[in-house]
Design a protein around this ligand. Structure first.
Ligand code: NAD
Length: 239
């Protein structure tokens, strides 16, 4: 792992995730320094005092960085991927909703740079997926269900995380059933249930704060620096 502070490019810096990344990076000056913050438009004031700010149209002019972290929107994805390939630097992206063409561009870029694109950067969910895969292979013939609960504003169901966990749960061939609940301000709960005859296992992850995604992305970013090109999963980069 990189011994000196990792120089970050934060892409989508004015958003909820971008702001969490900037705040958490500033709390760990021995580990992180922010080389540039990029947003869709140039704001009237700086995103964070002392951090060089760039509008998306000026992204080609950003100073040197060790790794880019992108939590923006699909329309911002292509330029930041292109910049990372051009500079030969790693990319960590949590931007959801990218289309098949962008997925293909991501796969092509992975032959040139190390990168992680994931719909969930929680380290707990990464560990849960591993546990689920292990349970699935040890319990052939058991019924498998994924139950997820989120706040009432969440539109997609099942959640991307539920589908990822479902893939792990069904990795031994069992069909997976999904159930989605939308209630109150729940940040995110995922239960994977394995039911046999006379016994049942439930593996549960409860997210109580959105910072977990920013914390996970920062961990992944630091761990990705210096790796060989490739598409890594969050779980590949756990300590
Ligand atoms: P937000 O709307 O609060 O912020 C979006 C940010 O993207 C802003 O800074 C905006 O200026 C920037 N942006 C928009 N268009 C851009 C462009 N063309 N070029 C450059 N920057 C542009 O959104 P948010 O809640 O911070 O979420 C950002 C993304 O991260 C979304 O895709 C969301 O689904 C995803 N997300 C992923 C995870 C995960 O763990 N993978 C967790 C939370 C959110």
């Amino acid at each position: 792992m990189n011994p000196s502070p990792t120089r970050l490019l934060i892409h989508g810096a004015s958003g909820r995730m971008g702001q969490a990344l900037l705040r958490l990076a500033a709390e760990q000056p021995a580990l992180f320094t922010v080389a540039a913050a990029v947003t869709r438009r140039a704001p009237a004031q700086r995103v964070v005092e002392g951090v060089p700010h760039f509008a998306a149209t000026e992204v080609s002019g950003v100073p040197a960085f060790d790794v880019a972290i992108d939590f923006s929107l699909p329309e911002g994805f292509d330029p930041i991927l292109a910049l990372c390939v051009e500079r030969g630097q790693p990319l960590v992206s949590g931007t959801t909703g990218i289309d098949a063409v962008q997925q293909a561009a991501l796969a092509a870029a992975a032959t040139r740079i190390p990168l992680v694109w994931a719909t969930n950067f929680s380290l707990g969910v990464a560990v849960l997926a591993e546990l689920v895969e292990r349970a699935a292979s040890a319990l052939p013939g058991w019924d498998v269900d994924v139950v997820e609960s989120h706040h009432v504003h969440k539109k997609d169901a099942p959640s991307g995380t539920a589908l990822t966990l479902g893939q792990a749960a069904g990795s031994a061939g069992a069909p997976v059933q999904y159930a989605s609940l939308r209630a109150g301000d729940i940040v995110g709960e995922h239960t994977v249930q394995f039911a046999g005859l006379g016994e049942r296992i439930e593996l549960i992850h409860r997210a109580t704060h959105r910072d977990i995604f920013a914390r996970g992305a920062l961990h992944v970013a630091r761990t990705l620096v210096g790796r060989a090109p490739g598409a890594y999963r969050v779980r590949d980069l756990l300590d």
